[in-house]
Design a protein around this ligand. Structure first.
Ligand SMILES: Nc1ncnc2c1ncn2[C@@H]1O[C@H](COP(=O)(O)OP(=O)(O)OP(=O)(O)O)[C@@H](O)[C@H]1O
Ligand SMILES: [Mg+2]
Length: 311
């Protein structure tokens, strides 16, 4: 370990943890904001706004970590702006770099809003299906105290992180389902591999924004079917699949926005979720001109149900 790594670790050792009970690891950390730093070294750089990388405080994505990912403790994070404000979360662009070196990467930071500030609510059904061990948290969530609202936002972030980690590993093994690499989870924020143009800092287009030529349309549909087959084989449906939750990056169709991923066997409405996902995307591809001989939602729903072991 280099000297500056060590001093960075020392600096962090002063206890940023807010809870010291037996909660799961990912719930122990508060949101990205917190009390003012006591050490002037922890203040944002006055010129760039850079702060110490939050990597050391976070739950990390699956190993091996990709080579492009900056994991050095001496790294700093710089906010570059908002990529997109969504219904449930805002996605920001962050550069993580080791000062005075060429080690640098871009990350997409998805920050869940607490339920009061969201435009879309799925919490009731979601909470019914989840086990929360401590009754204090249960009461806080049910009573929607500020702490409870924070917990709910944190659970969404954790659910999406877990789904991405699982799908990333499946994708690595079979190579047919693409998701952004889930870099880290910390409270209500998850950080993902940035998909887009690194020079412009612009996110990859969503499928909905594209008007692909016939050959590309066929190719993208083929990739989508492959991804859905792999997902179904693992027992999952996306649960909110649409041309808005698919990015096209370097010719690859990438699934995003996965907090509500559905276990199609355990969920009594698993088949309906799976069918809805297929209908939505098949409708888009058909409207863009993919011939009916290629896009047959009924046959695809049947095939995916079989893959998932639903019949
Ligand atoms: N890894 C990523 N790289 C680049 N851009 C991303 C990434 N993840 C998300 N985005 C951008 O942020 C947008 C919103 O992300 P996402 O769909 O996950 O959140 P959301 O809150 O559900 O938003 P929406 O309500 O728009 O669906 C995406 O459409 C995309 O433009
Ligand atoms: Mg979305």
């Amino acid at each position: 370990m280099r000297d500056h790594d060590f001093s960075a670790r020392e600096r962090r050792a002063r206890g940023r943890r807010r809870f010291d009970d037996d909660e799961p690891h990912f719930l122990k950390y508060g949101p990205a904001s917190g009390p003012a730093p006591a050490d002037p070294d922890d203040e944002p750089d006055p010129d760039t706004g850079a702060v110490w990388s939050s990597w050391d405080d976070a739950v990390h994505g699956p190993e091996p970590h990709p080579a492009w990912l900056v994991t050095e403790l001496a790294a700093k994070d710089t906010e570059l702006g908002v990529l997109k404000t969504g219904k449930e979360a805002d996605v920001h662009l962050v550069r993580r770099a080791v000062p005075d070196t060429d080690r640098s990467c871009l990350l997409a930071a998805k920050r869940y809003r607490d339920p009061q500030h969201r435009l879309f609510h799925r919490d009731a059904g979601y909470l019914e299906g989840r086990r929360v061990r401590r009754s204090r948290e249960m009461r806080a969530m049910a009573g929607r105290t500020a702490f409870g609202r924070q917990m709910i936002a944190g659970q969404w972030a954790a659910a999406e992180f877990a789904a991405l980690a699982r799908l990333w590993e499946i994708g690595e093994r079979y190579g047919t389902v693409a998701v952004p690499y889930p870099v880290q989870l910390r409270g209500t924020e998850l950080m993902l591999e940035f998909l887009g143009d690194p020079d412009e800092g612009r996110a990859a287009p969503r499928l909905a924004e594209l008007r692909p030529a016939p050959a590309e349309l066929r190719e993208l549909w083929g990739q989508l079917v492959e991804a859905l087959v792999v997902l179904a084989r693992a027992g999952y449906a996306h649960g909110d699949l649409s041309p808005y939750n698919l990015l096209v990056h370097a010719g690859r169709l990438v699934l995003i926005d996965l907090p509500q991923v559905v276990d199609v066997v355990a969920n009594p409405q698993g088949r309906e979720f799976l069918a809805r996902d297929v209908q939505v995307v098949a409708t888009w591809f058909a409207a863009r001109g993919l011939p009916p001989s290629l896009v047959d939602p009924t046959a695809l729903i049947e095939a995916l149900s079989r893959e998932a072991g639903l019949r």
